[in-house]
Write a protein that binds this ligand. Structure first.
Ligand SMILES: Nc1ncnc2c1ncn2[C@@H]1O[C@H](COP(=O)(O)OP(=O)(O)OP(=O)(O)O)[C@@H](O)[C@H]1O
Ligand SMILES: [Mg+2]
Length: 443
């Protein structure tokens, strides 16, 4: 952890002194008896950044979350949090480390015999010496935040599934955790509540710079909320890195998962047998639909920004710096998408449409991040078993963002779409559009 002095940053509020906590996972392997769930998983959740973990049902996403907080014990590997390997530490140290966490479990994990109020107050009573009046203030603030005012005296069995989920989130937030793990925060929620919860997580991130990991099947969340995305499949981490890497990936399993199509390597029981795959290939050849969306995921949708009045997302500035550092190592399609985003940010600023966070991140990049002290932690890397790295040369991305883009005037004006030539590549690649908005699906 490092501290950033509370101060004005090019006129924006950078509140608080804490910086989120990095979670560094290395070579993690977990089995139950003879059933291996996943093996050799390595990734770093960069301090304060928002991350998503995707993967077919049963691939071990919830097991991964529980392993991060030491509820489940891996056979191999380490999970380093704030300098402590929680797979090796004492029960006492683990108890202390867990105070950094706020966890929304997949099933809500509320105590059935306690009111929502007592459920949400539980961590405060367990981990702090706050007076009941102070506890009441905090609990009611979180109850209001998740839209449950008036329901606080009900038992979990007396409310809807979506309400239970929101109560679980309120409980996860009461200690202002530095690391927030959310296992499918959207399951059981309608699309509008999902948008509110997603916005809430971004606003919390802006306010307290918490490191966030969201396990989700909701592709709209994956496209608009996280800085980084990972995916588990067939017992391995397929990839983990800046969201553009996964969203522009050509890997069949990633494309199938994003599109929600039944044709592809993922089957009903995760892995398809050959006969089913062959039959489906024939159906596909005959023009039969696999049911998936035809969305172009390489069209990167703008990230949801903090609500007006919220502080700048400090993690967005760090993320931009991290991405600039590793840009040259990313697959070409991700580089193109990222450069396009950078160029779109510049246009938004010129047109007065940029959020405070975007302006601050671009300003920081223009100044080589020199004014923004206190970066530490491991340099970001893209991990995964099937990520190819390309493009051997390095160009400062903020320079490349403007230099490398050759806008096609009519297209840019009409659709925010342009032909992009990555630095060092003479031929234009496919068009990538970048659209900026505040959330909902573009479909
Ligand atoms: N405590 C446990 N004991 C034995 N096996 C378990 C335990 N917890 C999970 N598993 C097994 O681990 C595998 C992964 O489960 P997990 O709940 O992590 O999947 P998931 O990716 O979260 O799926 P979903 O998207 O459906 O929530 C499953 O086969 C499950 O049966
Ligand atoms: Mg799960």
């Amino acid at each position: 952890m490092c501290a950033i002095p509370g101060r004005l940053f090019w006129g924006f509020r950078l509140e608080g002194t804490a910086v989120g906590v990095e979670v560094s996972v290395s070579g993690l392997t977990k089995s139950f008896g003879s059933q291996n769930i996943w093996r050799d998983v390595s990734l770093t959740l960069p301090a304060g950044e928002v991350n998503s973990l995707l993967g077919p049902s049963g691939t071990g996403k919830s097991v991964f979350l529980k392993t991060l907080i030491g509820l489940l014990h891996p056979e191999q590997g380490s999970v380093i949090i704030d300098g402590t390997d929680i797979t090796q530490c004492s029960a006492r140290e683990l108890y202390e480390i867990r105070k950094l966490f706020g966890v929304l479990f997949q099933d809500g994990a509320l105590f059935g015999s306690m009111s929502l109020y007592d459920n949400i107050a539980f961590p405060l009573r367990e981990h702090t010496k706050k007076k009941e009046s102070e506890i009441r203030r905090i609990v009611m603030e979180k109850v209001e935040m998740v839209g449950l005012l008036g329901a606080e005296d009900k038992l979990p069995g007396e409310i809807s599934g979506g309400m239970r989920k929101r109560a679980g989130l309120a409980r996860a937030l009461v200690l202002d955790p530095q690391i927030i793990l959310c296992d499918e925060p959207d399951s059981g929620l309608d699309p509008v509540r999902t948008a509110y919860i997603s916005q809430l997580l971004i606003d919390i991130n802006a306010n307290i710079d918490a490191t966030i990991l969201i396990v989700t099947h909701n592709i709209n969340i994956a496209r608009t909320i996280p800085d980084n995305i990972g995916m588990l499949f067939r017992k391995e981490l397929v990839m983990f890195g800046p969201r553009e890497v996964l969203l522009t990936s050509e890997q069949p399993v990633v494309k199938q998962f994003l599109a929600g199509d039944r044709f592809g390597p993922i089957g009903m029981s995760e892995e398809k047998d050959e006969a089913v795959a062959k039959a489906e290939a024939e159906m596909q050849a005959a023009g039969i639909s696999g049911g998936g969306t035809k969305d172009d995921f390489s069209e990167i949708i703008a990230q949801v920004q903090p609500n007006p009045g919220m502080p700048v997302r400090k993690a967005a500035i760090r993320h931009r710096r991290n991405v600039e550092q590793i840009l040259h190592t990313l697959p070409t399609s991700a580089q193109v998408a990222i450069r396009n985003n950078f160029a779109q940010d510049e246009r938004d600023i010129a047109e007065g449409n940029a959020s405070d966070t975007t302006i601050a991140a671009v300003e920081a990049a223009r100044n080589g991040f020199a004014e923004y002290g206190g970066f530490d932690g491991a340099p970001m890397t893209v991990t995964g078993n099937s990520v190819e790295t390309t493009v051997p040369h390095q160009v400062p991305a903020h320079a490349a963002a403007t230099a490398a883009v050759t806008p096609s005037a009519e297209r840019a004006a009409e659709q925010s779409t342009e032909w992009v030539t990555p630095a060092g590549n003479d031929s234009p690649t496919q068009p990538i559009s970048t659209t900026k908005d505040s959330g909902g699906t573009q479909g």
